[in-house]
Design a protein around this ligand. Structure first.
Ligand SMILES: CC(C)(COP(=O)(O)OP(=O)(O)OC[C@H]1O[C@@H](n2cnc3c(N)ncnc32)[C@H](O)[C@@H]1OP(=O)(O)O)[C@@H](O)C(=O)NCCC(=O)NCCS
Length: 236
């Protein structure tokens, strides 16, 4: 299962919104995705499964009832499905980020914000969210000079808390009471961004055994995860 992690573009936003609607109760209008990607085009990332070609049917198999469009060049019918970013390519995760542009906080040093992150259910526990986050944190620091990044997470969200707190080493700043519409509290979290730590060649293996980590651990990490979890190749 080849997974590619690449920068998000405006062509991805329908699929990003679709993934968001599947995975989270905090949803946004398309123009909000557009605002992120047009304002900070290098800061948001998507994970794509590039091997979904078996899900494209031949033109002869066309079912009148199904939602398909014709890929004229390849004489095939392509499923009209918001999980597909292109023929045979499914969006399986995204991270949407921005720089803090709140006019009331102009005196703060440049800082970024993680607006939304999710991975489709059948692709979880493969390291995809960690890789999306590390790419985004690096870009926010390197391209937009963010000195730190902040986010909110539900108190009950064990998976995300583990990812942010233990894997990515965010610190908990405070508990914001009834932050979410349903009344749940949020942890407000922050991570100071250090370019050296974030550089892909210095990725430590998920925050563990840092002293024993080889200097360039990114590729071996990816391969380890891929072999362990069944992904055959992953491109960052
Ligand atoms: C949270 C979420 C993005 C994690 O995605 P993922 O691709 O499965 O995460 P990863 O595989 O990169 O895992 C990162 C770490 O979190 C841990 N983790 C992932 N899911 C977990 C779970 N359900 N329970 C406990 N730990 C979990 C992994 O074991 C890994 O830890 P490690 O570094 O110690 O090995 C995913 O579960 C999701 O999309 N959830 C719904 C949307 C959501 O909650 N978004 C975050 C909103 S703030």
């Amino acid at each position: 299962m080849p997974i590619t992690i690449r920068r998000a573009t405006v062509n991805d936003i329908i699929c990003m919104q679709n993934a968001n609607l599947h995975n989270l109760p905090e949803n946004y209008m398309l123009k909000y995705y557009m605002y992120h990607i047009l304002s900070w085009p290098e800061a948001s990332f998507v994970a794509i499964n590039t091997d979904c070609s078996n899900e494209i049917s031949n033109i002869e198999d066309k079912d009148e009832e199904s939602l398909e469009i014709e890929d004229v060049e390849n004489s095939k019918m392509v499923k009209l499905d918001p999980t597909y970013v292109g023929p045979g390519e499914k969006l399986v995760g995204y991270v949407l980020t921005k720089m803090n542009d709140d006019p009331d906080q102009q005196n703060e040093p440049p800082n970024g914000h993680i607006t939304s992150l999710s991975v489709m259910r059948t692709y979880r526990r493969m390291g995809i969210a960690e890789k999306l986050m590390r790419q985004a944190l690096f870009a926010l620091r390197e391209v937009y000079k963010a000195e730190y990044v902040s986010l909110h997470v539900r108190e009950s969200n064990r998976a995300a808390l583990h990812l942010y707190k233990d894997t990515l080493e965010f610190e908990v700043l405070s508990v914001e009471k009834s932050y979410y519409q349903d009344g749940e509290d949020a942890y407000s979290m922050k991570k100071v961004l250090d370019l050296d730590e974030l550089h892909p060649k210095n990725f430590a293996h998920r925050g563990k055994d840092k002293e024993n980590v080889l200097e360039d651990d990114l590729e071996s990490d990816l391969l380890e995860d891929i072999l362990k979890e069944g992904i055959e190749s992953i491109v960052v």
